[in-house]
Design a protein around this ligand. Sequence first.
Ligand code: BGC
Length: 428
Amino acid sequence: MSLPEKFMIGAATAAHQVEGNNIHSDYWAQELMPHTSFTEPSGEACDHYNRYEEDIRLMKEAGLNAYRFSIEWARIEPEEGKFDENEIEHYRKVIACCRENGIEPVVTLMHFTSPVWLIAKGGWEAESTVEYFRRYAGYVTEKLGSELNYICTINEANMGLQLAAIAKRFRLMAEQAAKNAKSAEGSVQVGMNFEKMMENMKFAAMENAEIFGTPQPQVFVSSRTPEGDILVMRAHQAAVEEIKKKAPHIKTGLTVSLHDLQALEGGEEFAKAAWEEEFSHYLPYIKDDDFLGVQNYTRTLYGPQGQLPCPEGALLTQMDYEFYPEALEHVIRRVHEEFKGDLIVSENGVAVSDDSLRVKFIETALNGVQNCLNDGIPLKGYFYWSLMDNFEWQKGFSMTFGLIAVDRSTQKRTPKESLSYLGSYTKK
Ligand code: BGC
């Protein structure tokens, strides 16, 4: 391997999935509803809020040189317009700890969780969210901008449309045969429990109304309307504007969840339409960004009737989708045809219990990265998802994506071989 000198090799987390006790967030509230769709609440998660020093030190010892984590809006602005300086100080310490360990912090401002008050005001379908997000981004930049070089505004800005498509498919499948429904979950990256969600819908609607004042709150990971989809882009643009005003040196971009869309004979039109929806239609809103965060986990196959199931005999991950690390190279090349700026692999990873499979996954994925670099594609970094086994949203703690195992009864960390394997790339 010959990675460029400043190439970032790191791991990623998101505040809600690792920190613990994110009590002012929409997810926290929904996890604790009697008819919740979550298999378990996030609780103290991995207690990363208190143990970040140990976690960052483990990264450094393994050789990693970058860490992507998120700043939690629900902590920074727990009530509308009331900003919590203490929480800013917390993240200042996390950033400083990264620097002391020679690790480049790459910060995400919005990784799925929002303050409850934002959702009560209409959430990610409400016009006012654009300006609220601008204000929050401006505040964080004013306080911490001088210490940062990279900000991802929004994680997987395209997730809402993917969910809308899957929810529609799930409804159709549920009508045809309820017993087939489970297989739809494997086609969305993020942990979802559609079956339980449908069962509980009526009661959940009432409980949501009590918390958010509406039976159908528009959290970030909700099925999005086409207008909501563009609203997310406008929130991103507003945040970028604000960040650049206050700290023009910061490189800004958003991240998108992208599948390697492969067409078998007759499936070309489906694959083309899916790519347009998953990626191309966002280009007008992101084309001038400093970078784009590419997030990829697997491939999707299309035949003459549309999306196909995983090939017979394919190895499946715990998430029920295919183990297919070759997807990353394909996706990077595809994105580069249309987006000419810098690219960062902001997430790529696999949920498996056998860590040797994770090592193999990383090896194949990074070979793909090297091939892209050799062809002159401006790739600036690779972040594995995730630094540690954590809270996989509705699926709870059972999905093991981590480079570090966490015993949640003691919060003891045990680095897996894959952690030092990934770190070895900074020495190659
Ligand atoms: C999200 C993460 C999630 C991961 C694995 C991505 O969709 O950004 O929050 O845990 O995939 O499912």
